[in-house]
Design a protein around this ligand. Structure first.
Ligand SMILES: [Fe+2]
Length: 388
């Protein structure tokens, strides 16, 4: 390889049952006395946020809870969170929840030391100052946000999703406690589970895939192949939940350091225009985008098929590739992931009217440029139609 490659992950990753109970210990180690827990109303209603508050209190840390993060967090969510942080004089952020709460918490921690509109930080490595330390505790398996240097915040004025990537967004500590995922309902398990698979696949076929990210990507794909159906069928299957939590974290490590590609590029505009949640919009697109991209990296996709357990070691790349396409469609069908046209709140007229804008927004995000086949906007429109 000609260029040096940077690999960034949290300084500490704790995995396994009870990992979230160590929050206080880590916050104290990082020198904090006061903390702000950033979460959403649902997690507050489950009692998880208060449990974390108790763990922090056990280590002498006084924590306030900010629970106003909405799905697909916006710049004003972050501003409100920052206000709560300053009112409580918190020295550390503890983000608890799915991708939205983690992304918002990461941005609140950074915004503390970086005034100015968040749009200034959109893109790659544009945050000037280090933020407050952050402990990330995922409750879904998941976006992998606990392990990444990426956050996605909606610009509420422009109705676009801002992708912000910077090493300063990497959490200091990730506490990956699968026990917090046991109560995820089957549909959410399916959507974020296929999103996890998408992270592994996109990281592995990305133009920026490298020897540090490949083992994480392939391990993520294998864990999903062996465990996602199990976790969907039996939510209390602890072994499957533990494996999916690991897969999500490993997928996050892989994609944050190798980039995502066309699926994520196309999924963000679906979220911005129709409010479709991140996991679902990726799950809906994965089969169609993979079919489009296959010719750009046949050997890589064959390796993906083998890692997923749907192709044998001796099968040629072309055969393995078609097995992968079949398997991805079948997986969505088995997990009852709807097609784009079946989603509530999305009608064909609005879809058609927004196609050109969605395609150009997808391309502008930069992710499609890492795809094995780099599309034109008209091709992106065709893939959206295929997923309809
Ligand atoms: Fe994702």
């Amino acid at each position: 390889m000609s260029e040096p490659v940077k690999f960034e992950i949290p300084g500490t990753i704790v995995t396994g049952a009870g990992a979230s109970a160590t929050a206080g210990e880590h916050a104290a180690r990082l020198g904090a006395r006061r903390a702000l827990i950033v979460t959403d109303p649902f997690i507050l209603s489950t009692g998880i946020a208060e449990r974390i508050q108790g763990h922090l209190s056990d280590s002498g840390i006084e924590a306030a809870i900010f629970s106003d993060v909405q799905p697909d967090p916006t710049d004003s969510n972050v501003a409100d969170g920052l206000l709560a942080l300053e009112e409580h004089e918190a020295q550390i952020v503890v983000a608890v929840g799915g991708g939205s709460a983690l992304d918002a918490g990461k941005m609140v921690a950074v915004a503390k030391n970086n005034p100015g509109p968040l749009s200034e930080f959109m893109g790659y490595h544009r945050i000037p100052n280090a933020g407050l330390p952050l402990i990330a505790i995922p409750t879904t398996a998941g976006t992998g946000s606990e392990a990444t240097r990426v956050t996605v915040i909606t610009d509420s004025a422009k109705h676009t999703k801002m992708m912000i990537l910077d090493g300063k967004l990497v959490p200091s500590v990730a506490l990956v406690d699968y026990e917090l995922t046991l109560s995820m309902p089957p549909a959410l398990t399916a959507h974020v589970g296929v999103d996890t698979l998408t992270h592994g696949i996109e990281a592995y076929v990305s133009a920026f895939s490298n020897p540090m990210t490949e083992p994480y990507a392939l391990s993520c794909i294998g864990l999903v192949g062996r465990n996602l159906r199990r976790a969907w069928e039996a939510p209390e299957d602890r072994e499957a939940r533990a494996a999916m939590a690991l897969a999500a974290c490993q997928g996050g490590i892989a994609f944050a350091n190798a980039s995502v590609c066309l699926v994520h590029g196309m999924s963000r505009p679906l979220g911005a225009v129709f409010g479709i949640a991140h996991g679902l919009s990726n799950a809906v697109l994965l089969p169609a985008v993979t079919a489009y991209s296959l010719t750009g990296a046949p050997d890589r996709y064959a390796t993906v098929a083998r890692a997923l357990g749907v192709a044998g070691p001796d099968e040629r790349s072309a055969e393995a590739g078609s097995r992968l396409l079949e398997a991805l469609s079948q997986l969505n069908e088995d997990l009852e992931v709807p097609r784009l046209g079946e989603l509530p709140g999305i009608d064909e007229q609005t879809f058609s009217r927004n196609l050109a804008k969605m395609a150009s927004d997808a391309l502008a995000s930069g992710s499609p440029a890492r795809n094995p086949v780099v599309p034109e906007t008209t091709e992106i429109e065709a893939i959206y139609r295929q997923a309809w």
